[in-house]
Design a protein around this ligand. Sequence first.
Ligand code: T4K
Length: 414
Amino acid sequence: MSHVTAPSLADLAVFGGTPAFAEKQHVGRPNLGDRERLLERINDILDRRWLTNNGHYVQEFERTIAEMVGAKHCIATCNGEIALEIAIRALELKGEVIVPSFTFVATAHALQWQEITPVFADIDPRTHLIDPESVLRLITPRTTGIIGVHLWGQPCDVEALSAIADEHGLKLMFDAAHAFGCGTSTRLAGTWGQAEVFSFHATKLVNSLEGGAIVTNDDALARKIRLMKNFGFLGFDNVGYVGTNGKMTEFSAAMGLTSIESMGEFVAHNHLNYDQYRKALANVPGVTLLEYDEDLHANYQYVIAEVDEEESTISRDWLLDVLWAENILARRYFYPGCHRMQPYRAYFPNAGLLLPETERVSARVLVLPTGQTMTPQDVDRVCGVIRRAVDHGREITARLERAGKRLHGDVFGR
Ligand code: T4K
């Protein structure tokens, strides 16, 4: 058998060529709003000498979010994970709670951290969202709630999940970490179920460095959550509840408010990049983009491709190696699914049998870089590399298998 290499492959970085990008292109490079405005706010915070504990900017941040999403209450927190934990505790979930396995591990950990068992539901392969039919099959006498995840900013099937929750007397909340400003044509994430949780981590469309928020229309629940995120203090020297420290700092709120002011630009830029990806990958065999329904409010913060190895002739993981060598640090969110991560893998070694779509999608998914630091021209360059990798899939695979290369496992790609 001949191992002759097409000359066009020699300049791929994975074979020693110069990388397509001099700088690493990350998924989730933070979007920055108006620096001057941010620095003004930070100076004002320093002048006020009020740095945290429900300060001026945190209150403004909370009001802004509640108004934007149409919720009665917003409680800002130090991050999305703590927000999930507090919401779960305030809702008094226990026993078993049904969540998708195809999500960031934070969703499952927020339960397990409180010794509540996450029971993993499968997804709709078209949208990657929790499948209500799968939820129905998992309900047991120990089930107390459902946590839907608005993955990639798409609202999950809230109607079907609400009907199931009502019929079975279950609590329903949503992990809306990806979905700030997203929703259907008539309603944004933030008002479904008993509570919804946002993340404002640096990698999100709107960021507050680290940060999160719980939104709800339930007055009693909101009051409880407020107490819980501040050690249960009712006033000085007066604790009325077991609580934790989930408070957001003033600097975070300043960043969040500044970020919200540029949110429209961030979405528009992401949309441009997304359209460019769609155009440039349209005829690449075996590489398909997740389509955002045009009648939804989407933020295009995540560009999700799926690689079908039979058609692309190169596996998702070898393609990832080719991309990483070019300094395109694509990711495999949310491979391999929570059910295959510890401790869940040890608890439920056979969970995969009930999660065929999660298994299939997580083996194919590839998240591509976008955001403010990527231009549509950069997107074209990324797609050019993908196209070449697919055009020469078999040959590249054979060479990489011989060399045993694996780049994307490097420590966090920094
Ligand atoms: N629920 C869902 C569905 C979630 O997706 C998340 C978080 C949560 C709950 C929990 O919310 P938080 O507690 O995080 O608020 C990232 C984010 O850290 C995480 O927030 C996010 N989801 C997840 C999808 O992605 P990692 O493990 O991929 O790595 P990270 O954050 O170290 O970096 C991601 C990339 O961004 C890197 O390639 C480098 C780049 N980056 C990152 C930071 C922090 C930068 O360029 N600059 C930066 O400042 O989790």
